[in-house]
Design a protein around this ligand. Structure first.
Ligand SMILES: [Zn+2]
Ligand SMILES: [Zn+2]
Length: 243
């Protein structure tokens, strides 16, 4: 299967990433991608950019070097109520959003009930399209509930290639990701692979996700990275719930 899109990347605006929008787009073109999402960390994370960066995102060309760009944000889930750190009028201006649990914004060490409730509540926003790296052992999750909710709400669960890379700081991510994928396969719930690139070299890098798909004999039709138009339509369908 050819991966034609990368749903999760960061630029220098995120504060701990190192490439510009132009450099990332060039890298996406070099990697043969048709579409790349730029999803810088939202303002709740210490050291990232500010609200105005997202408010002004319309000025970025959506086509660079032959690659379609979707410009959004990686939101921080701030509490177990699923509160995110950009409001709906702001999210409406973006092309898509990922929502994720990060240690700078929500304390690890809680129970699966609380974190699962946070993610499922976040999915109810029409502007949350992807749940980022739901694979970190520091944030235990009730995967059957998470997968069912993603299917019901039309939200994609992310297979994060950085999480699957040996040495990643997230805890036991390959084991948790595999558990999630087995349930997605059983329930017919689609997923999307994001590189979570913080530098040009990682754009479009999906190798560990691909290996896991092969190991689990995961159905190709449930991987949104094979069709850019279908991915955009999936995101749009969820956003249209706001209308
Ligand atoms: Zn980051
Ligand atoms: Zn993240």
């Amino acid at each position: 299967m050819k991966f034609v899109l990368d749903s999760h990347t960061h630029t220098v605006a995120s504060g701990h990433a190192y490439s510009t929008v132009l450099e990332m787009a060039r890298a996406a073109a070099d990697a043969g991608l048709e579409l790349m999402c730029i999803t810088d960390h939202a303002p709740g994370m210490e050291g990232t950019t500010n609200r105005d960066y997202f408010a002004n995102a319309r000025v970025i060309d959506r086509e660079l070097f032959g690659v379609h760009l979707m410009v959004g944000a990686e939101l921080n889930i701030m509490d177990t109520q699923g509160t995110v750190d950009l409001d709906e009028p702001m999210l409406q201006k973006l092309d898509l959003a990922i929502a994720s649990l990060h240690t700078k914004c929500i304390a690890p060490g809680g129970d699966a009930e609380g974190y699962t409730h946070a993610l499922v509540t976040a999915m109810q926003s029409p502007y949350v399209n992807i749940i980022g790296h739901p694979d970190d052992g520091r944030y235990p999750l009730d995967y059957p509930t998470l997968v069912r909710a993603a299917g019901e709400h039309g939200v994609l669960l992310e297979v994060n290639n950085s999480s699957l890379t040996p040495g990643c700081f997230r805890v036991n991510a390959p084991v948790h990701c595999a558990e999630m994928l087995r349930l997605c396969k059983k329930e017919g719930v689609p997923v999307v692979v994001g590189s979570d690139a913080h530098f040009v070299s990682f754009v479009g890098n999906h190798q560990y996700a691909q290996a896991l798909f092969e190991e689990l004999d995961f159905p190709e039709e449930l991987v949104m990275n094979r069709d850019a138009a279908a991915f955009r339509a999936f995101v749009e369908a969820h956003r249209n719930r706001a209308k």
